[in-house]
Design a binder for this molecule. Structure first.
Ligand code: HPA
Length: 357
């Protein structure tokens, strides 16, 4: 195995000079630098980061623990974290806690044992053990997507990065109300997640803003996944208080809701309007095209890395929660007519007469 000493000998410089060239720790004359790089190339030298970690006590690695990695929302977050880490010379160790509190604590411990310099974690719905572990071991960590108040665990406040949830959900509801809908249902996520609570709050704010009463029969629990949403939507459709419009609180639940609507022989938006939290890369290929709230998933991931690096640089800085705005992507599943130039919000009552609502 080629060593740094071999490179130094071949380039006719000291080992320290090779190290400065490779690590960028000191300026080196361009001619000397080129000689080192040529020797590296010729000898096929690759640095041994494990050996360097033993000397520096730094692994230049970040741990990422997110469940449901196959969900496009989290896949994009992962891409953002990876890009952010790479940009700053960090590599990534990834674990999937399966949204299970016990497994979550275990994988976080494993990442910690690998001496990652910090972690980005999307907490499960019961994050007590996780928070307690991070606080007890003083692990520099950024919580992602799901916000916690810190009081349930080690008491330590954490840096957090997430999307706005309340206002965008309210926006979907008021949009449907402006189209004349009076019975708007929400297929909500897993209890215990802040995203679920905030989207329910947004739903209620939207109803209140539109002057509509809150009816608990129109709040269904889809448990954040497709099968749960399919069951919840089917129950809504079979109930006496059948909605005329549906808001789904994440991408997986949109799929489940669409399955239930198809099973009931209902067309969107003719029989029932649909607005979704979460956009899909392929949402404009659905028929009808989905009106959705797009989360800035990649930015959430990249921002989490930035917040973590700030924490590593300044361990005693106050904890902060960063919220990123979402975008309202106006398509046709809400019942609005298609067209490139149509206004983002339709005129009040435009469709009311046509639908008789
Ligand atoms: N949180 C936020 N948005 C989401 C999630 C989640 O867990 N799953 C799909 N979209």
């Amino acid at each position: 195995m080629t060593t740094m000493a071999d490179v130094a000998r071949s380039a006719g410089v000291s080992v320290a000079t090779v190290s400065h060239v490779l690590n960028g720790t000191r300026p080196v004359l361009p001619r000397t630098r080129q000689a080192v790089l040529d020797a590296v190339e010729e000898l096929g030298y690759t640095p041994n980061t494990l050996a360097r970690s033993l000397v520096t006590s730094r692994t230049r690695s970040i741990g990422l623990a997110v469940s449901a990695i196959s969900n496009p929302y989290f896949t994009e977050i992962l891409q953002g974290v990876e890009a952010g880490a790479l940009e700053h010379g960090y590599s990534l160790l990834i674990a999937d806690p399966h949204d299970d509190p016990e497994h979550e604590r275990k994988v976080v411990q494993l990442l910690h044992e690998r001496r990652v310099e910090g972690m980005v974690v999307a907490p499960s719905a019961q994050p007590r053990e996780l928070l307690s572990y991070l606080g007890r071991h003083r692990v520099p960590a950024v919580l992602l997507d799901r916000v916690v108040d810190g009081s349930g665990g080690g008491g330590a406040p954490f840096d957090q990065v997430c999307a706005e949830n309340t206002e965008p959900t309210a926006r979907l509801v008021t949009h449907l109300a402006e189209l004349g809908h009076r019975r708007i249902a929400l297929v909500a996520g897993l209890p215990g997640l802040s995203t679920t609570a905030e989207r329910i709050t947004g739903y209620r704010h939207g109803l209140a803003a539109a002057g509509l009463p809150y009816d608990e029969q129109l709040l269904a629990h889809g448990d954040s996944e497709s099968a749960g949403a399919e069951r919840a939507t089917a129950a809504l459709l079979s109930s006496g208080a059948r909605p005329t419009a549906l808001v789904t609180a994440n991408n997986a639940m949109t799929i489940g809701a669409l399955r239930a609507l198809r099973a009931h022989g209902l067309s969107v938006p003719e029989d029932i309007a649909l607005c979704c939290f979460d956009d899909f890369a392929w949402a404009d290929l659905f028929s009808p095209r989905l009106t959705a709230i797009a989360q800035p998933s990649r930015d959430i991931g990249a921002r989490a890395v930035q917040v973590l690096l700030d924490r590593l640089a300044e361990p005693d800085r106050p904890a902060r929660t960063v919220r990123l705005p979402c975008a309202f992507v106006h398509r046709t599943s809400c019942g609005c007519p298609d067209g490139p130039e149509r206004p983002e919000r339709p005129e009040r009552g435009v469709l009311r007469d046509r639908r008789g609502r």
